[in-house]
Design a protein around this ligand. Structure first.
Ligand SMILES: *Cc1c(COP(=O)(O)O)cnc(C)c1O
Length: 338
């Protein structure tokens, strides 16, 4: 038995999902004639109370298009030092949009409205123009932490006052919604654009979606084409998204429960220095200084348990759809003998 906790992206489609995908009605989506893609996009737009949604092959591309939508070359984007757009998108912000990132030194990937106000550049020609605030919910490098929605509202107000765009990288927004009992409509009401992943907690093989208002999304479809993200009979993939929205959303609570149990067990072990508090499906922990990180990872790998290092002495485990009760029992047992 292989226990793969490196990411919630390692899931494979179930037989039921595959059958649903294979029976999808499809057409050429470049002509906007794929009924299943259209259905998925309409459904997500409605969920967020936005006029348009657009299906993307990856979350990275959805975020990169969003950055381009909100900025001009030379502009500055405000985000946390842990932001995925800054750390894990291959420098795409500067490559694709010619923007720099103004990093906020937040807490677990989150910050407050005052910190945003502090880093907005003054309106003088020799400054870079601040044009976008970007946040992530849940935060990936921040260990699956969830934002306080009241703080998001305050930042939204700053963006409105200062004429800044507001983008949400919601790759794991589903986890936040389940953990905090929040709604998509609430989020749609405060962000200009939101990207969500179908291939993380929801267990699809591929797919992300960007939602936004009518005008901005007209430009988004052009940019998606420029970025090479146009697809043809993509309905087979969009069908997985429709299936996942119906079947795999509520069960995210199980992932969260198991992650907490893993965290509890880890924190009892003497070789572990610290376990970040667990709100969703990500467990981030640190080893005591005298324990070698790669030896530790290797020792687990020898037992067919896979986890990853996040750099800076942090290790990560992520629970997901394919992590079963039996695996969980076995893992907890193994953790007792670290
Ligand atoms: C996974 C992830 C993305 C997108 O990743 P892709 O692998 O390109 O789909 C974006 N933001 C965050 C926070 C993520 O965790």
């Amino acid at each position: 038995m292989i226990i793969d906790l490196r990411s919630d992206t390692v899931t494979k489609p179930t037989q039921e999902m595959l059958e649903f995908m294979m029976s999808a009605k499809v057409g050429d989506d470049v002509f906007r004639e794929d009924p299943t893609v259209n259905e998925l996009e309409q459904r997500l737009a409605n969920m967020f109370g936005k006029s348009k949604a657009l299906f993307f092959p990856s979350g990275t591309m959805a975020n990169q298009v969003a950055l381009k939508l909100h900025t001009n070359p030379g502009d500055q984007v405000i985000c946390d030092k842990y932001a995925h757009i800054y750390n894990y998108e291959s420098g795409g912000a500067s490559f694709n949009s010619g923007v720099s990132c103004r990093l906020i030194n937040g807490d677990r990937g989150m910050f407050n409205a005052d910190q945003v106000l502090d880093v907005i550049n003054p309106d003088a020609y020799y400054y870079s123009k601040t044009s976008l605030v970007e946040i992530e919910n849940t935060t990936n490098k921040g260990g699956g932490a969830c934002w306080d929605f009241n703080e998001i509202k305050k930042i939204n107000q700053v963006c409105a006052d200062r004429n800044l765009g507001f983008h949400l990288d919601g790759a794991r927004l589903w986890n936040a919604l389940i953990a905090k009992n929040e709604t998509t409509l609430k989020y749609g009401g405060v962000f200009d654009t939101i990207s969500v992943c179908l291939s993380k907690g929801l267990g699809c093989p591929i797919g992300s979606v960007l939602v936004g208002g009518e005008l901005i999304m007209q430009q988004a479809i052009r940019l998606r084409k420029i970025f090479g993200g146009n697809m043809r009979q993509a309905g087979y993939l969009a069908a997985a998204g429709l299936f996942a929205l119906d079947h795999n959303m509520d069960r995210l609570a199980e992932d969260h429960k198991r992650a907490k149990e893993i965290g509890d067990e880890l924190s009892k072990q003497s070789i572990i220095k610290n376990v970040d508090s667990i709100e969703t499906n990500i467990v981030i922990f640190e080893l005591n200084n005298d324990v070698n990180e790669s030896t530790f990872i290797k020792k687990l790998a020898d037992k067919n348990i896979y986890i990853i290092g996040m750099g800076g002495g942090k290790l990560r485990m992520v629970t997901h759809l394919d992590y079963t009760d039996i695996m969980h029992e076995r893992l907890i047992g193994e953790l007792r003998f670290l």
